[in-house]
Design a protein around this ligand. Sequence first.
Ligand code: SAM
Length: 257
Amino acid sequence: MQYHSIHIYSSYVVTKMATQFTAAPQSVNSNADWSTSVLSPMTEKEEQNGHFTSQSRIEFYSSNAETYDEDMKKYSFSGPDVAAHTLHNLLKDNPNSRILDVGCGTGKVAEVLLALGPYTNIDGLEAAPGMLALARAKQLYKNTMEKFLYLNCGLEHDTYDGVVSSGTFVAGHMKSDCLIELCNILKPGGHLVITMRHEHLETVSEYKENFRLTIENLVKEGKWKIIQDETFPNWCFGDNGMGIDGHVFVFQKNLMS
Ligand SMILES: C[S@@+](CC[C@H](N)C(=O)[O-])C[C@H]1O[C@@H](n2cnc3c(N)ncnc32)[C@H](O)[C@@H]1O
């Protein structure tokens, strides 16, 4: 499996946000990343239900959607490549598999998947309308949903052979309990692939406390098994030009879960 080299990602988001919102987060390590100070009433209500993606972040993605692909190319962001190659290795014999790309953004994961195989059945879910509009224009997805994903957000259970999510477990984006939702929407035997920046497992307090615990609880409850839990190089490059590690997780939902 060959992964493209890459760059900055969280610092890209944080820097851009800092120029746009007075209530921008202070750093990726800070609890301020989970701030809800600029939430719309709708998002505050969602947050009471345990949903943590702030309206400011969704607005950020929407208003920067036009430059997202170019910026990620410049930074050689590897998350979508790693996620798509990993899922392809699992599903390549079944191109009609039902796949959901969660937080699909402008469609980078689907672009790679479709270059790898003749997939016919990829859906995209995305909270930021500006990002989703670009994904829709590329005509990559069978169905698209403009939707926030959070625990018990109303998605149909036991639906997808493959669920993939690149770059969505970032401070202030998807909370650890979204793992339960992602497991729920898999068909028995289906696979979930997640790529994220490795250090966030330790530096983002919500993930440090809950991410691996949630994974282990799902194992203990007999819901899924861990297939891959691995660090990989060059998720992005820091300002000093050094590669920053990424992390790839693969889970398989148990047949009797
Ligand atoms: C860094 S971008 C990654 C986009 C794409 N997956 C990629 O790898 O290029 C994160 C995306 O996740 C979306 N997102 C974050 N939290 C979300 C949630 N809870 N539900 C749906 N989308 C979410 C954001 O709007 C944004 O488009």
